[in-house]
Design a protein around this ligand. Sequence first.
Ligand SMILES: [Fe+2]
Length: 392
Amino acid sequence: MIAADTRSPEPGSDRNRDLDRRLAEYELLLEIGVKLSGTLDLATVLETALETAEAVCRAETSSIWDVDEEKQELFFRVVRGRAAGEIRDLRVPIGQGIVGSVARTGVAEVVNDVATDARWHGDPKGFKTRAILTVPLLVQGDVIGVLQLLNPVGRDRFMEGDLRRMSLFAGILAPPLQNARLYAAQQRQFLKMVTALAETIDKRDPYTGGHVRRVVGYSILLGAELGLDRALLEDLRFAATLHDIGKIVVPDRILGKPAPLDREEVDVMKRHPVDGAEIVSHLANPAVLVGVRNHHERIDGKGYPDGLSGDDLPLVARIIAVADTYDAMTTSRPYRNGLPPEQAAAEILGSVGTQLCPYVVAAFRSLFERGSFTLAASESVLRSVYEPASHH
Ligand SMILES: [Fe+2]
């Protein structure tokens, strides 16, 4: 092991210029600290973290390792740079290798010639590691992750100053990272609970089993195709999960009727968006609420309960309407068979501008035409949206 190299002077001969540069770097770290402490979005925290680390100590690859408590292993949360593809799936037991030993000791290290380090296990194909800077992310003395930079750019070794700056940065980064993780875990838990509740109500309708799950899948496909940002996709997912929650107050004899509903029954059924929005009014934000309340509106204003039309109709509601309509058409009922997908798609395209929003239907069309309007496709979209991604 070679400890942080303290012998070489920092590059740059002009002392003032050097000081200015360092001040600018510390200023950047502070700025990032302020920015990070204000966000709970895990993906943003991670991305900002690595961008900053690279800006301050230029390196070929940077990564953040996460701790798998159960398996006592480290795995990549984010990887940036050239080797991202090759090393993404790597897992390292705590205590093994350079990164594993930093995770165990909680002490930052620079190894400037990995080949001479006994802990070094060699490179994956296509990448050559020369030097590694490894800093633990500590919260109240516990290692919650590891920040790593590989191969300094334009120099052959990491310096003492790099280690100092990254240690400082790790101290700034760890608490917001931990907060964002806890928040994400809490959100997942909440979503699970809400999904369980929605599916319980879904099961009361014996003919449409799995409706909620499918509407969530289709909605997320449409939302992603329309390029919605993460926060809006999150709202959309909640709203789609909860869209029919108001059916909890619809009597079984109506919900489970094996025949078309009569007029009075239709009126009872039509109350579910309003009841649903009321039920979730204390749980959900406004975008989720309108998704629940307005998923049976029509773009021409002839829907219910509010008769909203055009741009007054919130996008989340317009998306759920397309997903809901498609699923209703492709699902069989005792008194009618579900349509084959192509026919349902044709109906969707035919109701543009009257029932459904042209903008959302255009997204539906391009997904459908390339064979991507499927639940299998929605699974991978859900995964890529909700798990902080690795970067190339
Ligand atoms: Fe509904």
